[in-house]
Write a new protein. Structure first.
Length: 345
């Protein structure tokens, strides 16, 4: 084809603009979408790529066609179809792109506002912690009043964790504080005296939900568990715990070596009446659980696996469980039998 003045037209090839537009339409949206750090396990924002890439191509390719037309006279002549398609594609893509750009701008604003809020919260917490630390330094470990405010609980926990407190100091703090996180840290201390552990247990029990005696907040559960694990917990207190109507307290006491044997056996004999699955399981795997109780627990879905794996379960019962309808129970029982046979060789 020739131009209006008779000179031949040297039309630019189409493929370079298509290739460059395709590469840019893929790379640029992915550069925006992939690096986003939202703190989530997976950012579903990446799925917008199926929308962003075509729209980016619809804007980038017409722009490249326009640049070719500006730089090459022959690209502006001869009625090239790209010269008609490119403007229409640009207009459609731009109209579709506008709401997405607005949404992205709003998202960036929200993220920025959230970052500023978090930064402000961190500064406020740091300031509160500094005030609380200065208060302890000036007035001592009993400086705060219940209920604790702001960062006072965290500061107290860190103070207890980082300092070697005397039994008298730990006892004073047990009398003074009822916040669960502080009580939990006190119960963890090896020097915590028996009197303090009794106070901690009483305060923990007082904070249990009245509607469901089996329920605790997670921190209250930790307090009771750590009291049972503390070597200074007296046998008398452990007996009180194992005879309570709270499963977490009973389990914590039953695991303690300081619990009198008679009290533990009395507790385990009642295991068939347990309702909490974790407690049934613990009783099923306890070496001190009487054989007749194991027979009963083997009929409970939450206890049969523990009974099948318990090395102290009577051989007759283990043999019976090795033919259970449940494959996982059969496997546990068979592994138990194999260990016993190997031990007798």
């Amino acid at each position: 084809m020739v131009s209006a003045d008779g000179s031949p037209l040297n039309r630019p090839p189409l493929w370079p603009s298509l290739l460059l537009a395709a590469v840019l339409a893929i790379v640029l949206p992915l550069m925006w979408l992939v690096p986003r750090d939202t703190g989530k396990p997976f950012d579903f924002h990446i799925f917008l790529a199926v929308i962003y890439i075509p729209l980016a191509f619809g804007i980038i390719w017409p722009a490249l066609v326009g640049l070719q037309a500006l730089r090459n006279r022959s690209a502006r002549q001869g009625g090239l179809w790209r010269s008609r398609v490119a403007p229409a594609l640009f207009v459609v893509s731009f109209i579709c792109w506008v709401p997405l750009v607005r949404a992205e701008i709003e998202l960036v604003r929200q993220e920025r506002a959230l970052e500023l809020f978090h930064a402000s919260a961190i500064r406020q917490q740091s300031a509160e912690e500094l005030v609380a630390q200065n208060t302890i330094a000036a007035e001592g470990i009993l400086a705060f009043a219940e209920p604790l405010k702001g960062s006072e609980g965290e500061v107290l926990v860190n103070y207890i964790h980082r300092h070697t407190l005397t039994p008298a100091e730990l006892l004073d703090m047990s009398k003074h504080y009822q916040t669960s996180m502080v009580m939990n840290e006190l119960a963890l201390q090896k020097a915590c005296p028996p009197e303090a552990l009794e106070l901690l247990l009483a305060n923990a029990m007082a904070q249990r939900p009245a509607a469901d005696p089996r329920s605790y907040s997670s921190t209250i559960e930790q307090v009771v568990t750590n009291i049972g694990k503390n070597a200074n917990t007296s046998p008398r207190l452990l007996v009180k715990m194992v005879e309570s109507d709270y499963p977490r307290a009973r389990m914590a006491a039953a695991e303690s070596l300081n619990l009198p044997k008679a009290a533990k056996l009395s507790y385990l004999k009642k295991a068939c009446d347990f309702q909490w699955e974790s407690e049934v399981m613990e009783a099923g795997q306890d070496p001190d659980t009487p054989p007749e109780v194991l027979e009963c627990l083997a009929n409970k879905p939450s206890g049969v696996g523990a009974v099948a794996a318990n090395p102290h379960t009577p051989a007759r019962l283990v043999e019976s469980l090795s033919h259970s309808d449940w494959e996982w129970v059969r496997k546990l029982a068979q592994e138990n039998l194999d260990r016993r046979r190997a031990a007798t060789k």
